[in-house]
Design a protein around this ligand. Structure first.
Ligand code: CAA
Length: 257
């Protein structure tokens, strides 16, 4: 399938999605959302694919929502169309998506990275929510996801001042899982995604779903949800295979059933 604003490449069982609006530093316009939703729906539908990596360029993962597209919009247009609500569908993707961030991840770019299941950052990465400088605010979940990721103090400072966080600070604060030399970012992200794609597919979905539930539920309900999904995995053929393979000291051979 051809896309206007992204490039999609399959590397084995890993789908590598690259934002491709270099002249606008990968600013997120309506077409990017359309393309991303299509690519992620294709990922979920393709049994040969187990995990995606979402990346940008060396200079910018994405420098935010497209300011030029938004600048003329009024309240009625924004509220009437529930602008950005389409991104809620993006987080419904059932297979894991890793954000591989180099350069700027600002505003909607930072928010898009945080919609992914985890973030691997190049040592050049810079994260920020600078919308306040435009007299607006995060609008794709940044005030919520950043606060959950790094806590109130840093999230509040970043939203109120627009200050950027470098990769080291982002790792210390828990926003990114690892920092990687920029030249190795894509290879390392694809390698990590391949590890995930090599796991039993139903277990991958269950693990993703239960970790995400931690952001939506209280502890008792979350632990109960985890336990029920864990019990459910004992209804899969891959659980039998996985435990037999361990005992027989061989790799598991997954059927996705
Ligand atoms: N939207 C539209 N175009 C953008 C853009 C954006 N978010 N960010 C950069 N661009 C465009 C610039 O307008 C410029 O285009 P022209 O060549 O046509 O002028 C091109 O990308 C290159 O940008 P710069 O010349 O500014 O590059 P730089 O290296 O000097 O600066 C930068 C890089 C610091 C990232 C700077 O571009 C910048 O501050 N960008 C805006 C960041 C921002 O405010 N993001 C938040 C957007 S609002 C939002 O995201 C709302 C939300 O929560 C969903």
């Amino acid at each position: 399938m051809d896309y206007e604003t992204i490039q999609v490449e399959q590397r084995g069982a890993v789908t590598l999605i690259t934002l491709d609006r270099p002249k606008a530093l990968n600013a997120l316009n309506a077409q990017v959302l359309t393309d991303l939703l299509a690519a992620l729906a294709a990922l979920d539908a393709d049994h040969s694919q187990g995990c995606a990596v979402l990346t940008g360029s060396d200079k910018a993962f994405a420098a935010g929502a497209d300011i030029k597209e938004m600048s003329g919009m009024d309240f009625a247009a924004m509220y009437g169309s529930d602008h950005f609500s389409g991104y809620d569908r993006l987080v419904q993707t059932r297979k894991p998506v890793i954000a591989a961030v180099a350069g700027y991840a600002l505003g909607g770019g930072c928010e898009l990275a945080m919609m992914c299941d985890f973030i691997l950052a190049a040592d050049t990465a810079k994260f920020g929510q600078p919308e306040i400088k435009l007299a607006v605010s995060p609008g794709m979940g940044g005030s919520q996801r950043l606060t959950r990721a790094v806590g109130k103090a840093k999230a509040m400072e970043m939203c109120l001042t627009g200050r950027m966080m470098d990769a080291g600070e982002a790792e210390r604060a828990g926003l990114v899982s690892r920092v990687i030399p920029a030249a190795e970012l894509i290879d390392e992200a694809v390698k990590t995604a391949a590890v995930i794609a090599g796991m039993a597919p139903i277990a991958v979905k269950a693990n993703k779903e239960m970790v995400n539930a931690a952001f939506e539920t209280g502890l008792t309900a979350g632990v109960q949800f985890e336990r029920r999904l864990f019990h459910g995995l004992f209804g899969t053929a891959d659980q039998k295979e996985g435990m037999a393979a361990f005992v027989e000291k061989r790799p598991g051979n997954w059927t996705g059933k």
